[in-house]
Write a protein of this length. Structure first.
Length: 324
């Protein structure tokens, strides 16, 4: 890696996760030193090859403990919060991680002399939502902007890429189940966005290229229904499965049962999320607060899914050159 360091330090909370590791890589390529704040630094060693020796360092931090947040931002020139959960687990609740955690990070950044942070939220964040996930995201956004009005909020739609929790999940289910569930009938619309495109937008926010205090909505080039997403997954994995529509009330009941067990395929709260389309708003488009508005060329599902879903084919990657 020939990039020279620019002398600036960025603390990335949640930098070892699916989106976080791509953000770390995008920042490292720009020459930033990156301090990765995670609960388990010993599980973040996979980040080291993303930069030059000494450029990326993991430190221990937990959003439930304010002192660890303060310590993680000391001396940082910029802060990114990429911490998020799809379902609560133990002490990692929506309130702790997505509602109160972002405000704590913003308060620590303010105390360290920063004017704003870059906060990763989600399309659908809504204080009035029936989904606890969406409500917690809205509370987190409000806490950041109330504390540091110069912050930048990024709201991606469903993020796809090699370690995603959507396409991988259903491709994995298709290996063993003859039926895939179309929750709510499969009509919910998404605007899947490639993880590297979200990471690029985040890095540009750190660079100072995005408008302070603005909320950006990040979606890919295509709007797909839930059904269309599963159909594309099956096409890439070369599997034929029945897509079974499940009405929302039934799906919600199933989710309440599933969430009592580890590795639940879906929860009741995730079913609530599906009641609302997850796409970029017309207002964000008009204001240029999108990936297109930032001049970022977005990747399509067709271009990326085959690069990591081929392992779900009957013969794995050895199916790559077999006739479809």
């Amino acid at each position: 890696m020939s990039t020279s360091l620019n002398g600036k330090l960025v603390t990335v909370f949640g930098g070892s996760g699916f989106l976080g590791r791509h953000i770390v890589q995008a920042l490292a390529k720009r020459g930033y030193r990156v301090r990765v704040a995670v609960r388990r630094p010993d599980l973040a060693t996979h980040l080291q090859p993303l930069g030059m020796p000494g450029q990326i360092m993991a430190v221990q931090a937990n959003l439930r403990y304010r002192w660890s947040i303060d310590r993680a931002v000391i001396g940082a020139d910029a802060v990114v919060n990429a911490v998020g959960i799809l379902a609560p687990s133990g002490k990692q609740s929506f309130d702790a991680v997505q509602a109160f955690g972002p405000r704590a990070i913003a308060e620590a950044a303010r105390a360290a002399g920063l004017d704003g942070i870059t906060h990763i939220s989600a399309i659908g964040a809504d204080a009035e939502s029936s989904s606890a996930y969406a409500r917690s995201k809205a509370v987190g956004e409000a806490g950041v902007l109330e504390t540091l009005p110069g912050s930048v909020i990024l709201r991606p739609s469903i993020v796809f890429g090699p370690e995603d929790d959507f396409f991988n999940k259903f491709a994995g289910m298709a290996r063993f189940s003859p039926v895939l569930p179309l929750l709510g009938g499969g009509e919910t619309k998404f605007q899947p966005v490639y993880v590297c495109d979200v990471a690029e937008a985040t890095a540009r926010a750190v660079d100072g290229d995005l408008t302070a205090g603005a909320v950006y909505e990040l979606g890919g080039p295509e709007i797909k229904s839930f059904r269309e997403c599963l159909e594309e997954t099956l096409e890439v994995t070369r599997r034929t499965r029945t897509l079974l529509p499940i009405p929302f009330p039934v799906a919600s009941g199933m989710g309440k049962v599933f969430q009592l067990f580890p590795m639940a395929p879906f929860t009741a709260d995730q079913v609530e999320l599906l009641r609302t389309d997850n796409v970029v708003s017309e207002t964000a488009k008009a204001d240029g607060r999108t990936l297109d508005g930032l001049g970022i060329d977005t990747a399509t599902l067709a271009a990326v899914l085959p690069t990591y879903l081929e392992r779900y084919r009957e013969h794995g990657q050895y199916d790559a050159h077999r006739p479809a």
